[in-house]
Design a protein around this ligand. Structure first.
Ligand SMILES: [Zn+2]
Length: 55
């Protein structure tokens, strides 16, 4: 309903795997490959990027 609320939402693939947080204000990109969720403290790799280089 409120379109502006979606502006800070990251892609579903980038959402926190633990708590599902998608608010960009609460997801901190550590570098290009890792994201820290400020809500639960989880550091994860967002799934949005290419899956080619998995190692
Ligand atoms: Zn989280």
């Amino acid at each position: 309903m409120d379109a502006s609320a979606n502006d800070n939402m990251v892609a579903p693939e980038d959402a926190c795997p633990l708590c599902g947080e998608r608010d960009a204000d609460r997801l901190v990109w550590q570098d290009d490959q890792r994201v820290e969720c400020q809500m639960c403290g989880t550091v994860y790799e967002p799934g949005r990027r290419d899956h080619e280089r998995r190692e």
